[in-house]
Design a protein around this ligand. Structure first.
Ligand SMILES: Nc1ncnc2c1ncn2[C@@H]1O[C@H](COP(=O)(O)OP(=O)(O)OP(=O)(O)O)[C@@H](O)[C@H]1O
Ligand SMILES: Nc1ncnc2c1ncn2[C@@H]1O[C@H](COP(=O)(O)OP(=O)(O)OP(=O)(O)O)[C@@H](O)[C@H]1O
Ligand SMILES: [Mg+2]
Ligand SMILES: [Mg+2]
Lengths: 221, 221
């Protein structure tokens, strides 16, 4: 359901070029639970951002459900992102002026879910990640790991078929981290969702069905 | 060299009170390498922020080198923070408009180090954390773990006698994380610095001389 072909990404900084991805090719099946590992700075977030249509590759192709998303306009990409993809950012990207529950509701506001249904689902998702007592806290009133869990709940808001999670357990204790990984594993196994998790934690990778290793912008497994 | 007595911190949110720390007492010797562990939301960052004089306790006392810092003015606290304490924030708090090397230089600008000495030391510290090739990148042009390492280098800028690190390896791969922990261990053993690291990673805690466990705002070890 996801395929990338010879994907490259070069960042330009003034006169310096940084090759973050240097030709990455792989496929992911529907319902697969895949992890991407590699040293700090090896290109993992760059890869996830391209698959999640949050950034454009320098060259190469990305197929989502058979559709080459590198050929789409910004508008078409925004629709695909909203409907199909749930993204957990490495640094959460929560909106600081909204409460935890309002942050989780936001994707459902854009997809037009009725208010009552939206609030009920947001509350359920916060309960799922263990944050029922923190619905009205704003991000500044939450701990690091609590913010991370709000970001995970938000990624699940529109029940996406693809979940891309960039280091979703970095700020969580072992037990809470295991609960998050088992939520993602269950979504892939029971609801046939395709889950890609970038992680540094071998314990998280162990629970996935396949590990892709990246080093210096290329796949080494 | 650090002692906290019956430390309490209650956050007020409108009409709601959140008791983040409920009476914490312990001491840390000079040159000790201590870890603080506990579930997400248990009060670790709150504790570190109080010891680092970044926030005021609701009640209780904090002694730094025998001086009760809870009795000091904002101005006196700022001087102590700048001279004695190096703080690695859970989310780095780098200045987005400055490059990596400028971020590391900044504490030395405030402490009045001559420009050439400041630049030499900042470059050395970035090399120590493995970022020589990224000195001119701004935070937005760095990966998560690279930003984290800039924050670690910056905390060491004024050669502080106390280093407080809040989850310094959450975004680092195993090898890079081990390098950071061994830097901290060496600073405590060879230079008699007092290092407190908040961590979720048992592998990091294993390298420390003592582990304090916090749960629901109190010490449980
Ligand atoms: N906007 C940018 N401009 C220039 N270089 C960049 C930019 N974003 C990332 N880089 C560089 O590209 C490389 C890959 O970055 P990326 O964020 O994908 O790494 P990563 O594998 O996610 O690392 P980490 O595990 O530390 O989060 C890094 O070396 C980084 O310095
Ligand atoms: N400004 C605030 N207002 C209200 N509640 C707060 C505030 N800051 C933190 N809290 C609450 O206090 C508790 C302790 O927060 P703290 O950040 O110290 O936890 P932590 O142990 O560092 O967690 P983590 O491992 O997730 O970073 C949390 O439950 C959090 O919701
Ligand atoms: Mg990353
Ligand atoms: Mg914290």
């Amino acid at each position: 359901v996801i395929r990338v072909e010879d994907l490259r990404k070069t960042y330009r900084m003034g006169s310096t070029l940084v090759e973050a991805l240097r030709g990455v090719t792989f496929s992911v099946e529907r319902g697969e639970f895949l992890s991407v590992m590699g040293p700090s700075g090896s290109g993992k977030s760059t890869l996830l951002n391209l698959i999640g249509a949050l950034d454009r590759p320098t060259s190469g192709r990305i197929f989502l459900d058979g559709l080459d998303i590198t050929k789409l306009s910004e508008k078409e990409l925004a629709i695909i992102r909203r409907k199909k993809i749930g993204f957990v950012f490495q640094f959460f990207n929560l909106i600081p002026t909204l409460t935890a529950i309002e942050n989780v509701e936001l994707p459902m506001v854009f997809s037009g879910l009725p208010r009552r249904e939206r609030k009920r689902r947001a509350s359920e998702l916060l309960e799922l990640v263990g944050l029922s007592g923190r619905e009205r806290h704003k991000p500044g009133e939450l701990s690091g790991g609590e913010q991370q869990r709000v970001a995970i709940a938000r990624a699940l808001a529109n029940d996406p078929s693809v979940i891309l999670a960039d280091e979703p357990t970095g700020n969580l204790d072992t037990k809470t981290g295991e609960e998050v990984v088992s939520i993602m594993e269950r979504l892939s196994r029971e609801e046939d969702k395709t889950v890609i998790v970038v992680t540094h934690d071998p314990e998280v990778a162990k629970k996935t069905s396949r590990i892709i290793e990246i080093r210096d912008g290329t796949i080494v497994t």
